[in-house]
Every structure is written in structure tokens, then in C-alpha cells.
Design a protein around this ligand. Structure first.
Ligand code: ZN
Length: 406
């Protein structure tokens, strides 16, 4: 039986404090107990208890800092706390249409190795999906002469409607079935805790931790690749919606009974803006043979092809309409347009910016800043790894609570 001081509520509170301390150490790199206490406005005794638990769990270690004037009087250097990077190996994966990119990081988020696993099929059954993820992980672990058993956690980013809280995928363009509960399949097929999340949410997480969203409280990230995704950060936290089905900007309707979307409905934004939509549009007009990706359409348009230019212009117009709606709904500090290996010129032209301006409700205040962030191939998986570290931290702190409960 729990003692009164260890009631579930007080356990929750102690866990919350441990996590806050851990995350603060992560943000600061290395910091003294006194500085943590004053930054988190909590007592030094609370911080001492929390850090003792984190050290015992191997998540945090003590290091010697420079000797401060105060500690010099006592004749010893300041003791600082920092994460123990070697404590856990975490994997972040992004499943795209033709490739799975894997990034292995230590507990501090430093890259250990990366790997690209080419996919034979664009869509996989749930069982094949888990087996393929496992294979990609094994190949990545081979690169460091390690084993998949060493992983403390795996986080997977996929396009689609994902309820991350329960590893449930309502729908994804990478998976043949709808309504897949991956919690059982992961526990059967993979040797460590595994988490699945919408890829745009992971990009938002990466922008918040390492990118252009650092230090911002309210911002939106729009991702454009095969489809169109949105990550919403409100008050410093990712907003997912009640069923994990929020932030579906790609499926916001921009045309009544319009173009057919890969989700099965008509008139969705991504049916005009996603890579597949642009390539489809070019195919309809007989340009298919020379078109492999959006960059080809740009090359064609720049060489004077009117059809290519008009396909890009229409995508820009629809995109401007969508972004102005986002500003009207959220009034964020900034919107980050985030994409990898693609040309976004047609989405940030002067015409598109004017369309956004004209679509935003008239107020005497400047528009939110619109930033462009062209990512390298690994940025999606970097976001996945960041989410994996966060989830592993929560699990390890929960394990502490169980060990310490009477
Ligand atoms: Zn749709």
C-alpha cells in the first residue's frame, strides 16, 4: 500500500518535478543545482532529491564546473549536472514513400549514425511495416557494430492521421489498412518501447528544439512534400487534437467538389499543392514522361513552358488561400514553411505573399513572420529522435517512481 506521502498525486508531482529538472538540464547543457532551483522557482531540497533520483537512474551525471568566487572560498569547484549521453541509444525514423531514414542518437541528441533503407513498396501491410522498420533499424545498428537490443526507444514519423497517445493510426498513405492499433504489433515485433507520430508534428518538435521555432511559444509549421502537413505549437506545446486528427491542413477544403485527394475526398488543399498533385496535373496534359519530381516542373516552367508555369501558379494561389486561413484561425508568432529536397519557390513568390496578405482579416498590425526552412534529408528523423528521447525520458522517470514506491 502507498504511504500517504506517496499517494498517486504526490507520485505524479514528483515525476513532474523530475521531468522538469531533466528537461531544464537538457535545455541548458550543464547547470548547478542552485541555478536549477532558482530557474524553476522551487526549493534547493526538491532539486537535490530529484537530481539524486536522476543520477541513480543513470540519466544525469555530475561534472566539475569552473570555480566560482563563492565556491573558491570553500576551496572546491562548482558541481554541475548534465545529461549522461551514453545512458541511452534512441532511434528516430521517418517513413517516406520510397525510403526510411533512420537516425540513431545518444540521450543528449547527438548523432551516432544514420542510415537510408530503400523501400520496395509505397504501401505496406501493418505487419510488413513493423518488419521493415525492424530491418531498417538492424541495418542502422550494424553500422556501429551494435544490436537492435541496445535501443532504449524508437520513434517513427509517418504521414497521416495518428493518435500518438495510443500508437493508433487512423489512416496513413504508407499503410494498406485503416484503424491500425500498433501497440501490440510493436511489442511483438520490436525489442524496445516504440512510438508512432504524425510526421509534421515531429517536424514541429524539431523546429522547436533545434530549428527556427526555438524560443517561440505559438508557431505553426507547414510541411510540403508528397502531401501537406501541419504542426501546431501553442503555448510551447504540440497541439494534436482530441483524437489525434487535428492539424490536417492538407485536407482543409479549398474548392467545392474539387480535385480528388489521396484521402478519398475532393477539394483538399494537398490535392492542389502536394507533389503528387502537381505531377498528376502535368500528366493530364501529356508531360508525364519527363516529370519525375517537382523540380522538373520548375525547370520546365523556367524554360518557358506555359502549362508548367500555370500548374505551379495555381498551387501557389491555393497555398496562399490556405495560409491566410491559418493566420485567421491561429494568429501565430510565425509560420515556418518546412520542406526537404524540394523547390518551394512557387509557394513563397510575391504573388503568394500578396494572396496571403489579402486573405488575412484586416487589422492595423503586421502579419506574422513567414520563414522558409529547407531541410536536409535527416531533419524529419531528427524530429522523430527528439520525440523518442522525450518519450524515453518519461518512461525512465515512471520506472523510477515504481522502484521508489513502497
Ligand atoms: Zn484529403
Amino acid at each position: 500500500m502507498l504511504k500517504s506521502k506517496d499517494s498517486p498525486n504526490s507520485l505524479d508531482q514528483r515525476n513532474a518535478t523530475r521531468l522538469r529538472v531533466l528537461e531544464h538540464i537538457r535545455t541548458r547543457g550543464s547547470i548547478s543545482r542552485t541555478d536549477i532551483a532558482s530557474a524553476l522557482q522551487t526549493s534547493p531540497a526538491t532539486v537535490t532529491a530529484a537530481t539524486a533520483d536522476l543520477i541513480a537512474a543513470g540519466l544525469v551525471k555530475e561534472t566539475e564546473g569552473e570555480t566560482s568566487a563563492k565556491s573558491a572560498k570553500r576551496g572546491r569547484p562548482r558541481v554541475l549536472l548534465q545529461l549522461d549521453g551514453r545512458s541511452h541509444l534512441v532511434a528516430g525514423l521517418k517513413v517516406a514513400r520510397h525510403v526510411i531514414s533512420v537516425l540513431l542518437v545518444d540521450f543528449e541528441g547527438n548523432e551516432v549514425t544514420s542510415h537510408m533503407h530503400q523501400l520496395k513498396d509505397v504501401q505496406m501491410t501493418p505487419v510488413a511495416f513493423v518488419a521493415t522498420v525492424r530491418l531498417a533499424l538492424e541495418e542502422a545498428c550494424d553500422r556501429i557494430n551494435g544490436s537492435i537490443q541496445q535501443l532504449a526507444g524508437v520513434s517513427i514519423g509517418i504521414a497521416g492521421l495518428v493518435d500518438a497517445k495510443r500508437n493508433f493510426v487512423h489512416w496513413s498513405s504508407s499503410i494498406t489498412d485503416r484503424n491500425v492499433d500498433f501497440s501490440y504489433l510493436f511489442s511483438e515485433g520490436l525489442p524496445c518501447p516504440t512510438f508512432v507520430e504524425n510526421d509534421a508534428n515531429l517536424v514541429a518538435k524539431a523546429e522547436q528544439l533545434f530549428g527556427q521555432g526555438k524560443g517561440l511559444k505559438n508557431f505553426l509549421v507547414v510541411t510540403i512534400e508528397h502531401g501537406v502537413g501541419l504542426g501546431i505549437v501553442l503555448d510551447g506545446k504540440l497541439y494534436r487534437g482530441e483524437r489525434g486528427c487535428g492539424a490536417e491542413f492538407g485536407h482543409a477544403k479549398v474548392q467545392l467538389d474539387g480535385a480528388l485527394c489521396q484521402c478519398g475526398q475532393r477539394g483538399c488543399l494537398e490535392a492542389y499543392v502536394g507533389d503528387y498533385a502537381l505531377l498528376r496535373e502535368m500528366t493530364v496534359t501529356g508531360h508525364s514522361s519527363e516529370m519525375a519530381n517537382v523540380s522538373d516542373i520548375h525547370v520546365q516552367a523556367n524554360s518557358g513552358d506555359q502549362r508548367a508555369a500555370s500548374v505551379l501558379a495555381r498551387a501557389g494561389q491555393m497555398f496562399g488561400l490556405g495560409v491566410s486561413n491559418l493566420i485567421n484561425l491561429f494568429d501565430p508568432e510565425c509560420i515556418i514553411l518546412s520542406g526537404a529536397q524540394m523547390s518551394m519557390e512557387h509557394l513563397c513568390s510575391e504573388d503568394v505573399m500578396n494572396r496571403i496578405k489579402n486573405g488575412v482579416v484586416n487589422v492595423d498590425a503586421p502579419l506574422p513572420e513567414i520563414k522558409i526552412h529547407q531541410w536536409g534529408d535527416l531533419m524529419w528523423s531528427k524530429g522523430a529522435a527528439a520525440y523518442g528521447i522525450e518519450q524515453v525520458s518519461i518512461l525512465k522517470v515512471q520506472e523510477l517512481a515504481v522502484q521508489h514506491a513502497p
